[in-house]
Design a protein around this ligand. Structure first.
Ligand SMILES: NC(=O)c1ccc[n+]([C@@H]2O[C@H](COP(=O)([O-])OP(=O)(O)OC[C@H]3O[C@@H](n4cnc5c(N)ncnc54)[C@H](OP(=O)(O)O)[C@@H]3O)[C@@H](O)[C@H]2O)c1
Length: 272
């Protein structure tokens, strides 16, 4: 799909963007759309090969520079690594993409290490890295901190309640950042996604056939076109309708509905 970026896009968000969780799915889609705007990219994920392949593709198609780095965002020192990697780069956008649930199991069946990893990636790494980048963005008077959220962050559920809780953390953190950074010309927001057809979900065996599923590139286009629409922007009209239900319904009913959907996905995954 073609995309006309808002006027002055590269000036506002360049010359460098850091994407945490960049190698595939929505992360790669954001990278491709930013590269089209001439923004240099610091691309981070765990597996180096897909990152390097994406970097080569983008450098061959666009007049940009890229850097890639293998970092496990669940590790306690991930924020320090992101700081180190970005040293000397004029970073205008920090986009935290990685963060999908890694399990569909009852809370008490999640290994404690997996719970801690989820909290580290979606809370500790996001908060401390944002804390590092925010002052530099304020000094520049432009740029963006973009958190990727989930509809799951608006209610508790069975099977990945810890994921929902970390996404609720990101939602509220983004709102605070939006309030504090906005007056200095820096946009902070959470882009909230619903079901999206990403390799990560495909590998897990999630079948979204009974839901409206978005394409990662459509998510990237709608998200990047609405960076000014913080503190919370829900990607996809159907997801905005779901959020309306979530926010206006009895909480017990919402949690039951969310849990029924999660339990269905868990059954599919465990039957594979
Ligand atoms: N897909 C959906 O239906 C859906 C729905 C709602 C919200 N979201 C949100 O959208 C975002 C992207 O989701 P996704 O489905 O594409 O899966 P994801 O696993 O969150 O993201 C995939 C990207 O992140 C990297 N990544 C994953 N874990 C990492 C780690 N520990 N350290 C460093 N990089 C890591 C992956 O590369 P490596 O594996 O090489 O590290 C890949 O580049 C997430 O924040 C998720 O919560 C997704």
């Amino acid at each position: 799909m073609s995309w006309n970026a808002p006027q002055g896009f590269a000036g506002q968000y360049g010359p460098w963007a850091l994407i945490a969780g960049a190698s595939e799915g929505t992360g790669a889609a954001f990278a491709r759309r930013l590269a089209q705007q001439g923004i240099n990219l610091l691309l981070v994920a765990r597996r180096p090969d897909p990152l390097d392949a994406l970097a080569s593709e983008l450098e061959s198609e666009h007049d940009i520079e890229t850097r890639t780095a293998s970092v496990d965002l669940t590790s306690y020192d991930a924020p320090a690594k992101l700081v180190e990697l970005s040293a000397g780069l004029d970073v205008g956008m920090v986009l935290f993409n990685a963060g999908a649930t890694t399990r569909f199991d009852s809370f008490y069946d999640w290994p404690a290490g997996d719970l801690a990893a989820m909290i580290n990636m979606n809370c500790h790494t996001v908060a401390l890295a944002a804390h590092h980048f925010a002052p530099g963005l304020r000094r520049r008077g432009r740029g963006a901190i973009v958190l990727i959220g989930s509809m799951a962050g608006f209610a508790g559920s069975s099977h990945h309640g810890i994921y929902n809780a970390t996404k609720a953390f990101d939602w509220v953190l983004a709102e605070g950042l939006w309030q504090e950074l906005g007056p200095d010309g820096v946009q902070a927001l959470i882009l909230v996604l619903g079901a999206t057809d990403t390799p990560s979900h495909q590998r897990m065996g999630v079948d979204f056939s009974d839901q409206t599923v978005m394409d990662p590139d459509d998510v990237a286009i709608e998200g990047l076109s609405n960076l000014h629409s913080g503190p919370v922007y829900i990607v996809g009209e159907h997801n905005r309708a779901i959020l309306n239900y979530i926010l206006t319904s009895d909480r017990a009913a919402v949690v039951s509905a969310m849990s029924a959907a999660s339990a269905g996905l868990a059954r599919q995954i465990h039957q594979r």
